[in-house]
Design a protein around this ligand. Structure first.
Ligand code: PEP
Ligand code: MG
Length: 585
């Protein structure tokens, strides 16, 4: 091989090793170069041309939605959003009006409507809604691509060329739509200049089990179409035009990785029992009904956390009791007899909603969030509780309240639950009589008051994502302080230990459902602390079970005591890395 190989490091976004030729997508975007003025007689024809493009774009989205349903169950809502945008007056009617009054070509009129929409969005404060402008842009771009091409239509129509052989996709970034338009069966890896661990490329690559490295700044300057690439999605490395030795090493690594993964996947449905015979329950966290399939195929032993707010966030209005009931009933029936823990609405904080009164808080994470919101907006809360209770007649339901900070809140929420039960009883509506009730322990005051809260519930689930945020005063979504967000902080270890003690004393169940539960390095730590149930992202279940199988409960317990004696997060982390020989990503 004549070229010298180049190694670049980015962010590991989806595990695995891909080896293949580069397929560079330089600019999937369409640009409109100029406008042209129509003869009055041509105006009606131009409107028809635009309407035809709208129809074709709609058909295109519908067919991609079907394809999407197969691959990325939890992302289908994106297409619903696109279809909704496509129907919006700001695009349809405005563009037609511009063609009609200004006698310009449809592409130009559409870009003008887009400019107006951009202006409107620039006034919006809510960062979540503001970021939705990207969806509008994607839709507009697709309409332009569907405008039948004429020699002077003013469009540089640059589709993503379909890959003919199996390739590694190289791009600046990939929009959700870009990824669905690729023939996924031909993709062996993704590398992008932009993006992070939780960005869209990462999510899609993970759900498809395709290796990906993102955040490779400037990669498009090094890679040409047809270059041989190695994508190491475990370490976050990309080798461009590898030499013989590198290639050989990586073929071997790829083989070992695939073989280990196959073994782990085969054992995903078996229970996770430590070397010395202790069983640890491994459940799944889901955000949408569609994820139940992935949770089950990955061997979950129940749903430990259903983040029910996502159904609210993807709808324009608050969903009706019937819609909620229909969704919950399906999840519960699909999982039956395994338990489904439905967490009541955790809206607010980093989970934005379009409700204006929720988005203007100075400190949303400390504001009207989760149970606080529900206790204030009791109509919303009661309707969700009715839906959950009704669904309980169809399987094994558990109810969990988020963000409980003290006894008053818990008692108030319980009183509402009881009153909703009474209401259903008086209406002769069936619900399960033995529903277990629990709380998320994610506010430090709930840890301190655990002994006061425990007698009131059947279980605690530790939400480490928020517990770390609130205990260490580190905003979980602020990149400036991301380095200080430390799961291994000794204060967190002490909190875990004290919760285990309280749960044991009061004989209630205790689980962890924050990100720590699925983290390779944290699992031994949690087991050592005495946690017997973990709930995590479905994809992490097989490997988490395998890690548990390799541990000795008694040894981890002893090790945890040693870790507890350490004074800094760094020391603890180093010790864990040394002990388990895992490089933390
Ligand atoms: C948590 O806080 O750890 C948790 C599981 O809930 P969420 O991430 O939805 O806030
Ligand atoms: Mg939380």
């Amino acid at each position: 091989m004549s070229n010298k190989s180049i190694k670049v490091t980015g962010i590991p976004a989806s595990e695995g090793i891909g080896i293949g030729k580069a397929h560079v997508i330089i600019s999937p975007r369409v640009r409109v170069y100029y406008q042209y003025i129509l003869e009055p007689i041509a105006v009606q024809k131009e409107i028809e041309r635009f309407e035809k493009a709208l129809k074709e774009t709609e058909n295109h989205f519908r067919s991609l939605k079907e394809k999407f349903e197969e691959f990325f169950e939890n992302q289908v809502y994106l297409f619903e959003t696109y279809l909704m945008i496509l129907k919006d007056k700001a695009i349809r009617d405005n563009t037609k009006k511009i063609i009609e009054t200004e006698h310009v070509n449809a592409e130009w009129a559409l870009m003008k409507s887009m400019e107006n929409i951009r202006q409107m969005f620039s006034q919006i404060e809510d960062p979540y809604i503001k970021s939705r402008i990207e969806d509008v842009e994607t839709v507009v771009e697709r309409i332009i691509r569907h405008l039948p091409r004429e020699s002077n239509s003013g469009v540089n129509n640059n589709f993503i060329a379909p890959a003919k052989k199996r390739v590694i996709i190289v791009a600046r970034e990939l929009s959700p739509l870009d990824t669905t338009e690729l023939d996924i069966s031909k993709v062996m890896g993704f590398i992008t200049e932009l993006g992070g661990k939780t960005g869209h490329t990462a999510i899609v690559a993970q759900s498809l089990d395709i290796p990906a490295v993102v955040g490779l700044s400037g990669i498009l300057n090094y890679v040409k179409d047809g270059d041989l690439l190695i994508v190491d999605g475990i370490k976050g490395e990309v080798i461009i035009n590898p030499d013989e030795t590198e290639l050989e090493n990586y073929h071997e690594k790829q083989y070992t990785y695939e073989r280990t993964k196959a073994t782990i996947t085969r054992k995903a449905h078996l229970p996770a029992i430590t070397v010395d015979g202790k069983r640890v329950l491994v459940k799944a966290n889901i955000e949408f009904l569609e994820e139940v399939v992935s949770a089950k195929t990955n061997g979950c032993e129940g749903i430990g956390l259903y983040r029910t707010e996502f159904l609210y966030l993807r709808s324009r209005a608050i969903p009706s009791e019937e819609e909620l009931f229909d969704d919950y009933r399906q999840v519960v029936e699909l999982m039956d007899p395994l338990p489904v823990t439905l967490r009541t609405l955790d809206i607010g904080g980093d989970k934005f909603t379009s409700k204006p009164n929720l988005s203007r808080e100075t400190n949303p994470a400390l504001g009207l969030r989760a149970i606080r919101f529900c206790l204030k907006e009791q109509g919303v809360f009661r309707s969700q509780l009715r839906a959950i209770l009704r669904a309980s007649a169809y399987g094994n339901v558990r109810i969990m309240f988020p963000m409980i900070s003290g006894l008053e809140e818990l008692l108030a929420a319980k009183a509402i639950l009881e009153s909703v039960k009474e209401e259903l009883k008086s209406q002769d509506i069936k619900y399960a009589q033995d529903i277990k009730l629990g709380i998320m322990v994610e506010v430090p005051s709930a840890v301190t008051l655990a002994d006061v809260l425990a007698p009131e519930v059947d279980f605690f689930s530790i939400g480490t994502n928020d517990l770390i945020q609130y205990a260490l005063a580190i905003d979980r979504v602020n990149e400036l302080v991301a380095e200080m967000y430390k799961p291994f902080h000794p204060a967190i270890l002490r909190m875990l230990r004290s919760l285990v003690k309280v749960a044991d004393t009061y004989g209630i169940e205790l689980s962890v459902c924050g990100e720590m539960a699925g983290d390779r390095l944290c699992i031994p730590l949690l087991i050592g602390a005495g946690i017997k149930e973990l709930s995590m992202n479905p994809k992490s279940i097989p490997i988490a079970k395998e890690i548990i199988r390799s541990l000795n409960w008694e040894e981890e317990k002893a090790n945890f005591v040693r870790l507890m004696a350490m004074r800094t997060a760094e020391e603890i982390k180093e010790e864990l890395e040394k002990r388990y020989g895992i490089e933390k990503q």
